[in-house]
Design a protein. Structure first.
Length: 1004
């Protein structure tokens, strides 16, 4: 009988196999004895419930116990299939079209998400507890739901051959319907045996699981380690998206064998590849590229140090003959006739054939069953066409030439160029085109020729991009180049080199082009506007946001406008967000005039008038007020009525936190506010009532107060329009203030939500209010003014226009110097006197400032949209301008002592930066996605931490002094809200309409 995958494990007597799992905060290890014990536990449970030779579905993420689960299934002569956690129902139904599934193993943390989509015929049968890891066994009972695959008859052809099956994999479906590939043991085992020998893998090696479980190279990686008795390193899926963290794991675990796609390796950065991975003293013995075209010889030569000993391989294969078919070891000393790396010779039991230039792979044993095919006779050679054209370079070695059906591999998935061509051909304005993939830049280059009667080249470019992106989820970066014609070679084919020359020529022409007439300005602006809104026509009164744009698109459009007209227009972003197409057009024309006239008009436009009330604000009386502590995204305050000798102290009301030894986040409660929550919470703990309250609003207009300890809503108020503003409490603790899109600032009673007063500004309020110790409320408006309002009665104290731009960010106050700082969307940063609003100084930076200023004794810190972070002293002089790799929307926060001269902020480049007050980098953390929210610093167990939320919904707890990950949590939606923490509870708003409250407590 043929060897099975389990035989590779069981035949390795005295194995030293071990598994290491690196999560974001710790390293866990499982030795052979522990793993073997878990294998037995899983197999015993399956034996008691499931008949042998079943197919077991798995909703399991990469983790410490992954090998135990796989081996436990194989031990009972069953097979496994890993299902897509993101699309549980769809992936399960695809499998069940051809294969009967009656048992599913679900990781406990994934159970809720999985069960929401499954048919109700699936029931929890048993639990498997592996140390601190729990797996739920779901079993399907008789089902009468005709839409459920479990109601269908079993395929007899599959049942009689199930003992031969090792696992099932499904293709991505990028090139059509997903294929269900049933992989026999006899097909995959020779791959592992041969590669283990070629790579000379021993028990001393350390392998890393790089491939996702739904991609069959993962089986090779796991069983190379299992069969050789070496160490397998596993990391959580999100960590693979953070190059810095993946690099740390590779270095710290001394990985010696790495099989990965070129895209993954190149994502680690050329510096790391040259200085560490392929350096002279590298620990890496084997680097095997697969799943995509291998990097070129020249690129590998650039990477590899002169005395580096790493052996580099090119693996080639297709899922329909899982997994690899050929292998080639790259020798940089040899001269190759082709720039393409050879595919190499066939692996064990593999047959390769070339018919009319097309490569086929297979063999007597190397075959898989696809969809509803009959299981074949083992005596026959079965071949699968690859769709790849190759040319022969030796007796049994070939080089890739092209795809027969124009299907390329990108990030391990197939992508049909034919599909792209068909989509492009459907655009009537394009008369001819040529499409090619540039492996050096991993870009699709699409050259198009337009109908000469048509205009609007730039609109066509973005129409094409939008159509492709909507139709193809895994589309590589695509560059659309407008050319006058497609040049040909002497063979009548498109001449790629001449097309590239045309591309460069067109770019130079665009740079030299100047536009001055009104009609030219109108045409260009209209084209750019349509690019982002997808409008067919643009009217004078159209607003960019209402036409389908958003704030980040407005920044991109700003960049395009300034590039097209070769001018800088500081307030253009603000105009796009708040005004009409005509207003934007008039502004551009204004800036196209003589520079001196523009400056004079600009200076005349800015008003220096300050509107003062009859009297200055009065200090709020604390008599009869309760002591409380409050946090917003701007930080912590303690309001105490006692004399200094007997101040209130922060009281830990979360006993789990007080007694815990290790940080974790556990859901306490959540509240549905009907629409997206972009505002940040305000939390307040009232000592006498022993009450912890949260305040937040959403785009539905709902503003609520919730009791965190009781997990209940205290009151809810419905305001007339959206709420993006974050709230704050009055200095006396009796009132809560929040801004609304209906132009008003509202004051509500903390006790019951009763609206006590509201103050009208001239436009939407997106800015968040701040309050002084005298109960004066300061807030910005999109009417371009900052307001000071009496918090007791809602009367205006003063208002001031800062510049021509709206005020999106929140003001900052520094009571020690009686200063308030405010920033505008046309790039003005100003310092005013708190009591009168008189300008102390202004600085015209010239780029939109969405970020709120941080005002400290060291000066003012603020992010800008031109990829810079700025520091000004209190006199208005710029101290430094720090470059980042993306716009800075996040507002900065000051670190806690002893690091209180450190400033922390997030960035659209997905990084969190920590710098000192002189601009020197202290640390930088690379997250999974852009960071819009503000970091929040807090202390726990005498240690200081930073809470950070990313746009993709990840929450990170970092060490304040090092930026190291201590804890992570994935929310159910995007997060623009800033997390805040008080008394052991973390609260954050989410774009899935919920505000979440998490308990900081021990893992136990």
């Amino acid at each position: 009988m043929a060897l099975t995958l389990y035989d590779l494990y069981s035949n390795n007597k005295g194995s030293t196999f071990s598994c290491i799992f690196y999560d974001f905060k710790s390293k866990l290890k499982l030795n052979y004895k522990q793993n073997h014990s878990h294998v037995s536990e899983i197999s015993e449970l399956l034996n008691s419930i499931s008949p042998a030779k079943s197919v077991i579905g798995c909703f399991i993420s990469p983790g410490l116990y992954l090998p135990s689960v796989i081996l436990g299934i194989l031990k009972v002569r069953s097979s496994f299939v890993f299902l897509d956690v993101q699309k549980p129902c769809a992936s399960l139904n695809n499998i069940q079209k051809y294969v009967a599934l009656k048992i599913i193993l679900v990781e406990e943390s994934l159970l809720k998400a999985v069960k929401e989509d499954l048919c109700n015929c699936w029931h929890e049968k048993n639990n498997i507890f592996l140390s601190n890891f729990s797996i739920i066994l779901l079993q399907s009972m008789d089902c009468h739901n005709y839409q459920c695959s479990n109601s269908k008859k079993l395929l007899p052809n599959f049942s009689k051959n199930s003992s031969k099956l090792a696992y099932i994999i499904q293709t991505s479906g990028t090139t059509g319907e997903p294929k269900i590939i049933q992989v026999p043991h006899q097909c995959i085992v020779p791959n592992i045996l041969d590669l283990r020998q070629k790579f000379n893998i021993s028990s001393k090696d350390v392998l890393m699981l790089c491939s996702p479980l739904t991609f069959d190279p993962s089986i090779i990686e796991i069983f190379l380690a299992v069969s050789a008795g070496c160490t397998l390193v596993i990391v959580p899926t999100p960590l693979k998206s953070i190059p810095k963290k993946l690099i740390e794991v590779i270095i710290n675990s001394n990985v010696s064998v790495l099989q990965a796609t070129p895209t993954l390796i190149q994502s680690l950065g050329e510096d790391f590849i040259k200085d560490v991975l392929l350096s002279e003293n590298s620990n890496l013995r084997i680097l095997a590229f697969g799943g995509e075209p291998c990097p070129s010889i020249d690129k590998i030569k650039r990477w590899k140090a002169k005395d580096n000993k790493t052996r580099i391989f090119n693996l080639y294969g297709l899922t329909e003959v899982s997994c690899w078919a050929t292998c080639f070891e790259i020798n940089l000393e040899e001269k190759y006739l082709s720039p393409s790396i050879p595919l190499g010779e066939p692996l064990l039991d593999t047959v390769i054939e070339v018919t009319e230039g097309e490569l086929s792979v297979g063999g007597k044993k190397r075959w898989c069953v696809i969809n509803d095919e009959e299981w074949p006779d083992n005596e026959h050679i079965i071949m699968r066409k690859t769709g790849d054209y190759v040319f022969q370079i030796s007796d049994n070695s070939f080089c890739f030439e092209s795809r027969k059906d124009n299907v390329l591999k990108f990030k391990g998935q197939k992508l049909s160029l034919l599909t792209i061509n068909t989509l492009v051909e459907g655009i009537s304005r394009i008369t001819n085109h040529y499409l090619d993939f540039d492996p050096e830049s991993s870009k699709l280059l699409l050259f198009v020729v337009l109908d000469k009667k048509r205009t609007g080249e730039e609109h066509i470019r973005y129409e094409v991009l939008k159509k492709l992106q909507q139709s193809i989820s895994s589309l590589p970066i695509t560059e659309v180049i407008i050319v006058p014609y497609i040049p040909l070679t002497k063979h009548g084919k498109a001449d790629y080199n001449k097309l590239v020359a045309l591309k460069n020529s067109r770019n130079n022409e665009r740079k030299l082009c100047q536009h001055t007439s009104d009609s030219a300005v109108l045409n260009i602006l209209s084209r750019l506007w349509k690019r982002y809104t997808n409008q067919e026509t643009v009217k004078d009164m159209d607003n960019f946001i209402l036409s389908g744009g958003d704030s980040f698109m407005a920044l991109q459009l700003t960049s395009d406008i300034e590039w097209e007209f070769l001018i800088q227009i500081p307030e253009i972003t603000d105009k796009l967000l708040n005004n009409t197409f005509k207003d934007v057009f008039e502004l551009i024309k204004f800036y196209m005039q003589d520079t001196q006239e523009k400056k004079e008009a600009q200076n005349a436009f800015v008003s220096n008038n300050v509107l003062l009330s009859e009297s200055a604000p009065k200090k709020a009386r604390l008599i009869g007020c309760e002591c409380f502590e409050v946090v917003t995204r701007r930080g912590y305050s303690l309001i105490c009525k006692h004399i200094e000798e007997k101040p209130c102290s922060s009281k830990i009301i979360n006993n789990d936190l007080q007694n815990s030894e290790e940080l974790s986040l556990k859901m306490k409660c959540k509240f549905d506010l009907r629409k997206c929550i972009d505002a940040s919470p305000c939390l307040a703990y009232f000592f006498e009532k022993n009450e912890l309250l949260g305040f937040i609003g959403s785009h539905s207009g709902l503003f609520c107060c919730f009791n965190i300890m009781e997990a209940s809503l205290k009151w809810t108020v419905k305001l007339p329009d959206r709420i993006e503003s974050s709230s704050c409490l009055s200095f006396c603790g009796k009132y809560v203030f929040v801004g609304c899109y209906d132009h008003h600032l509202y004051c509500m009673n903390v006790k019951d939500g009763n609206i006590l007063w509201f103050f009208s500004t001239g436009a939407e309020i997106k800015s968040s209010p701040v309050v002084s110790s005298q109960n004066a409320v300061f807030i910005g408006s999109h009417d371009k003014h900052i307001y000071a309002i009496n918090g007791e009665n809602g009367e205006l104290l003063w208002k001031k226009m800062i510049g021509k731009g709206s005020i999106f960010s929140s003001p900052a106050i520094f009571e020690e110097s009686a200063i308030i700082s405010v920033a505008t969307l046309d790039g003005i940063l100003a310092a005013l006197k708190m009591d009168t609003g008189i300008t102390i100084w202004t600085y015209n930076y010239g780029k939109p400032l969405f970020s709120s200023p941080l005002l400290t004794a060291s000066g003012i810190f603020i992010g800008a949209t031109n990829n810079c972070f700025l520091h000004f002293n209190l006199s208005g002089t710029m101290v430094f301008e720090l470059c980042t790799n993306g716009p800075v929307f996040s507002s900065a926060t000051a670190a806690l002592p002893p690091d209180n001269n450190h400033i922390i902020f997030g960035c659209h480049d997905s990084a969190v930066y920590c710098v000192n007050v002189n601009g020197k980098s202290i640390w930088k953390f690379d997250s999974d996605s852009p960071v819009y929210a503000s970091p929040f610093v807090f202390q726990w167990k005498q240690n200081n931490y930073v809470a950070v939320a990313t746009a993709a919904g990840m929450i990170y707890i970092l060490g304040q002094s090092t930026g190291e990950i201590k804890l992570t949590l994935k929310c159910c939606g995007e997060i623009f809200s800033s997390p805040v923490i008080l008394n052991g509870f973390l609260v954050v708003g989410c774009r899935d309409n919920f505000v979440y409250c998490y308990n900081l407590s021990s893992l136990g």
